[in-house]
Structures are given as C-alpha cells and as structure tokens.
Design a binder for this molecule. Structure first.
Ligand SMILES: *[C@@H]1O[C@H](CO)[C@@H](O)[C@H](O)[C@H]1NC(C)=O
Ligand SMILES: *[C@@H]1O[C@H](CO)[C@@H](O)[C@H](O)[C@H]1NC(C)=O
Ligand SMILES: *[C@@H]1O[C@H](CO)[C@@H](O)[C@H](O)[C@H]1NC(C)=O
Ligand SMILES: *[C@@H]1O[C@H](CO)[C@@H](O)[C@H](O)[C@H]1NC(C)=O
Length: 568
C-alpha cells in the first residue's frame, strides 16, 4: 500500500467511524462509563508494527519495528536512496521497499513513513536533553548502531545513523538517561552481553564495563529471563537495577554495587521472556523528592518458556511488589492484581495513578509463546489502602500481545499500538495476527464529561526565553478554570511533571512523574488563575530535558505542556 492509498483509507475509516457512532447514538443510548475510561480507534492501519514507541516534544510519536521482518503493511514508492520500488518480484521481497518506521502526528491523526537503514529489532532508546531521540542497537548489522531522530516542525526529518558504534552488540538491552551535565545515557545488557556502556560516544575507543549482576541473574534454561533489565534512577543518583527476580543499587560511575535488595517473592521471573513491568511511584516535593518507591507487577510462571515450547501456556503471575529503595529498610510488600498478567505496560498517569494495560494472561514473551490476551486495563491507586487499590477499566476487543506498546500523550490519552507474535507480518491462520490498528485509551478523568472542571489554556511563564527553567528555579503557570474553587484551593490544585519514556517490550525507559510544589495560587478575573511552581531541585530528581507539565484540579488533568529543565 502506498501513502496515498493509506490516506484515502483513513478518510473512509473516519467516515465509517463517525457513521458507526451516530448509528450507535441514534439506536441505543450509550452513556460512556466515566469511571472506567473509553476506547478510540484512531487508525485502521499504521502499516508498521509499533514494537518501539517514543513521543517527541513536537507531539509526534516515532514507531518502528525491524527491517528483518520483510514486507510490512506500508509499501514505499522509493528506497531510501531514491531508487524506485516497482512491482517486480525482487522489489516486493526487498525490505527497503517497505517502511519499518513511521512518525504519527497526534493532532492530525496521520502517519508518514521514515527510513531505517539497519535492523532495529528489539532495541532501546532514550530522549536526549535537546529533544533528540537516541536509539541503540538491534540485530545483525544493526546490533552496534547508534541512531538519532531529531524531531522537526516541517515533517521533513528522518533517522540518521551515527558514525560511532556501540562497544558491544545490544539486542534486548535497556537505556536510562543519567543525571549528568553533558548528555549521558547508560545502555545495560542485551542478549549474551553482560556489560554496560554509555552513549553518545565521546571518543571512538570508549569501552564497556562488566556487570556481574547480569551473569548472576541469567537463567540459561529459560531464555535468560533477565533481558531488558529494569533500570530506574534513584534520588541519590545511583541506579536501581532489577533483572529476573533480583535487584541492586548500582553506582555507575565507580562500577560498584552499593546494595543488594531482597529477592522479590514468588517463583517466576519478571524479566524477558517472562516480561513483567515496572514503574517508580510518583516522586513528591513534600519529601524533597528523596523517597523513591519501585513497583513491579506480573511476569511469567517458573518454567513458562520450556512449557510454551511444548505448547503449554502456564498462568502468568498476578502479584505486584512495592519496595522503597531509599533509606535503609527494604522489604517487598506484595499484593495481587485482579488477574494474572505478563507483557503488559505500566503507565504513570498525571493523576499519580498507574495504568496497567496490554499483554496476556498465559505463557511468556517471544513468538507465539503466549495465549489469552489481557483485554481489561487495570487502574492502580498507590495511595489507597491495601485491597482498595486496583479497579478494572473498560475492555478492548483488540489483543495486544508480544511487540505491542503504550504511551501517554500530552492530551491525557494513552496511545496503544502494535502486537505481532509472528516472525513476519502475518494476518491469517495464526492465533494472534499482526496488529496494525492504532487505538487510544481515554482514562477516567480525561473524558469529555470532565471538561467543565478541567484546567485549560495552560501557559508557562519563565524568566528566560521559551519554556526553559533551571533546577530549583520558580516559574509561573497560568490557566483557566470555569468552576469556582473553594477556599481550600491549595489542596485542589496540583502540578506534575512527567518524563515521557521510550517504550518497548513492556519497559518504559526513563518514565517518571514528579509532583511539584505550587504556591501563591490566585484567581485574577474571568476564571484565570496564576501560580508559582518550583522546578525540581536537581538532575538526580529529573535528568535534564523536556517534561510534560500538567495542572490538576481535584484530580482532573489539563492537557500537558512541554517544559524543559536545564543545568544553569
Ligand atoms: C542534540 O544533541 C545531539 C547529541 O549531542 C546532537 O547530535 C544534535 O545535533 C543535537 N540537536 C540539536 C538540535 O541541537
Ligand atoms: C490457571 O488459571 C485458570 C483460570 O483462572 C485456573 O482455572 C487454573 O486453576 C489455574 N491453574 C493453576 C495451576 O493455577
Ligand atoms: C483557550 O484556548 C482555546 C484553544 O486554544 C482558544 O480558542 C481560546 O480563545 C482560549 N481562551 C482564552 C480566554 O484565551
Ligand atoms: C510570571 O511568573 C512569575 C513567577 O515566576 C510571576 O511573578 C509573574 O507575575 C508572572 N508574569 C506574568 C505575566 O504572569
């Protein structure tokens, strides 16, 4: 399919979608369940499996899979170097005549194809502080590549392959942006690689460093069970690393393990191919952002890979563990999700609640190793008492299995894309076909029913130029609110900053939410409010770069605006 075809398909789809909804409204009156969220079908065909996704500050989403998967659902007219792709057999088999990456424009609900030169299969990435996406590794000739995507306004930008290479091959590795003045991203692990290294490369001879933790957590009988390690930045500047069932606090500057945390209870593993997911719970200004609590949910049963290879799909894990990684008292506190789950995504919403979405109930990650798609999103409210924290949200009908992804958008919706547990693009005669439909999940409080109580027309006013603020500095926020606020204004309004992650394989690399201090909230006239908000105190709390700033009124979030935190 060429791009023109795609566009006309979208139009047909949009009309069909409208007709469907009007018909629905005319026939049976369906009131959207405000407490359970809603689903939207955005596009019927993205052409490319969204194995990896990242949101840019231009409000576009970069999606890509792998050049090695052959013909995708998006046929190109020209190869990267301009030669025509014809209708001859040779061209139809040539993967460079098919897009394996696209840019999705959130506002216009449109896609355009991008060109990837070498294979990005099961790779990783991170945003640099200037808003450029750095992407590392992949498969085969792509396994040591470092690629860049610099988002632009004119929709003319594309992937660039860097000249410097990674020190090791990185396939199924994880990335994390570090709290350094110069852009530094750590790349950890990968298949058969028990090291870490840093990008962008400062010199061609920069080496990698051994990480015995990756050897210790490696389970050779179960496909490693420690791939895509979970890495979070703690408030002391050290890294929390979790793989399989174990975790450490790691000093990346001195290559030293500071602490070994207790093993998470439960027999199964949480890392690929077992594939649980993780977040750090919101960091809060009331404790100067010092307290850091990690949460890990789901994963596969012990022996799930061996069983799946024989066609038996074991029940996934339904447990979550929470552990405070700061201070000196570390203990996993366990609780149950409403059901078993693996290959899901955990998205921290601006409200501070965690959305658990996508995935399956049985089996493990990998091609056709899972069954029983998990169609119900869960909402987790970390502040509620144990037993009251989970609720079940509105189901989708579309399975999002292996190689699916999820990402929070600036308008509060969660973009849901991808799924392909097959070697190639396969649409027939398989249990779980390649999925190219693009959806958004509209979480509770983001639906239209709340618009009257939602802060809107949010603007940021900084002393300097643009929406750029130094660590610890104050900035102004203005917004409109139709509803009158009570006198307890301060309890009703909150300000959060969100680091948008690089999402793949159930890991949201770099995701963090900060609840910022706001003060001097005053109502001027006609519903305009202004407030003074304090930027995070240091890069250890929020590595430099772009964040999504959200104003909340009684837990109802505004659209987010991009703000940049910088070293001064
Ligand atoms: C952003 O940083 C990267 C890495 O240092 C660099 O290659 C790129 O040119 C920068 N982009 C802009 C717009 O400054
Ligand atoms: C697996 O899950 C099913 C469905 O919930 C349940 O009936 C069955 O007992 C579970 N099996 C095991 C071994 O826990
Ligand atoms: C609020 O924003 C909307 C949409 O951008 C705009 O049309 C409207 O004029 C704004 N309202 C005010 C009072 O500035
Ligand atoms: C901008 O924000 C500052 C607080 O940083 C505030 O003192 C000032 O009044 C604001 N200016 C406007 C025009 O809102």
């Amino acid at each position: 399919m060429d791009s023109k075809n795609l566009n006309s398909q979208f139009k047909v789809l949009a009309i069909a979608y409208l007709l469907f909804h009007c018909a629905n409204a005319a026939g049976k009156v369906t009131t959207p369940d405000r407490g359970k969220g809603e689903w939207q079908l955005l596009l019927k065909n993205t052409g490319v499996v969204a194995m990896h996704m990242a949101l840019t500050r231009r409000n576009t989403v970069i999606m890509f899979d792998q050049t090695g998967s052959g013909p995708s659902g998006y046929r190109l007219r020209r190869r990267h170097h301009g030669t025509r792709c014809g209708n001859v057999r040779k061209d139809l088999d040539d993967s460079s005549c098919y897009a394996h990456s696209i840019e999705y424009d959130v506002l216009r609900n449109r896609i355009r194809p991008l060109h990837i030169e070498t294979d990005t299969w099961c790779s990783s990435g991170s945003m640099l502080s200037n808003g450029t996406l750095i992407q590392t590794g992949g498969f085969g000739t792509g396994s040591r590549r470092i690629r860049y995507f610099e988002p632009c306004r004119n929709h003319n930008c594309d992937w660039k392959e860097g000249r410097k290479l990674l020190s090791n091959e990185r396939w199924y590795a994880s990335n994390l942006k570090l709290p350094e003045k110069d852009d530094r991203v750590i790349v950890v692990g990968g298949r058969g690689v028990f090291t870490y290294e840093f990008v962008p490369k400062r010199s061609p001879n920069e080496k990698s460093f051994n990480l015995p933790f990756l050897h210790q957590t490696y389970d050779r009988n179960e496909g490693g069970s420690n791939l895509y390690p979970i890495v979070h930045l703690s408030s002391d500047g050290h890294l929390f690393m979790f793989a399989n069932r174990d975790s450490i606090l790691f000093d990346y500057k001195r290559n030293r393990v500071i602490k070994k945390f207790p093993r998470i209870p439960g027999k199964g593993s949480r890392s690929y191919p077992s594939t649980g997911s993780s977040v750090i719970l919101p960091l809060h200004h009331t404790n100067a952002f010092r307290k850091v609590e990690v949460m890990i949910c789901g994963g596969a049963a012990a022996g799930a890979l061996s069983a799946a290879k024989q066609g038996r799909f074991l029940n996934g894990s339904r447990t979550c563990g929470r552990m405070v990684i700061t201070g000196n008292n570390h203990r996993w506190k366990m609780e149950n999700m409403p059901g078993p789950r693996l290959m899901h995504d955990m998205i921290t919403l601006p409200t501070g609640n965690v959305l658990i979405i996508n995935g399956a109930k049985n089996g493990c990650g990998g091609w056709n190793y899972a069954s029983n798609p998990a169609l119900q999103p869960y909402l987790y409210k970390p502040k509620k008492t144990l037993g009251q924290r989970f609720s079940i949200l509105k189901s989708t009908k579309i399975a999002r299995m292996y190689h699916s992804s999820a990402l929070l958008l600036p308008d509060g919706r969660v973009l849901i894309a991808g799924s392909n547990p097959n070697n190639k693009y396969t649409f027939k005669n398989v249990p779980h076909p390649t999925e190219l439909r693009l959806q958004a999940f509209v979480p509770p409080q983001v639906g239209k029913g709340f618009n009257g109580r939602r802060p809107h027309n949010v603007s940021i006013n900084t002393s300097g130029k643009d929406e750029i603020v130094g660590y610890g500095e104050e900035f102004g926020v203005k917004f409109l609110l139709k509803e009158k606020m009570s006198k307890r204004l301060r309890n009703e309004v909150a300000f959060t900053a969100y680091a948008s992650p690089f999402n793949t394989h159930s890991i949201s690399m770099n995701q963090r939410l900060l609840v910022l201090r706001g003060k001097n909230i005053v109502r001027s006239k006609d519903g305009w409010f202004s407030a003074v908000v304090e930027a995070p105190p240091s890069p250890k709390v929020a590595p430099s770069g772009y964040y999504m700033l959200t104003v909340l009124h009684n837990g109802i979030p505004s659209r987010s605006r991009w703000i940049k935190f910088i070293h001064t």
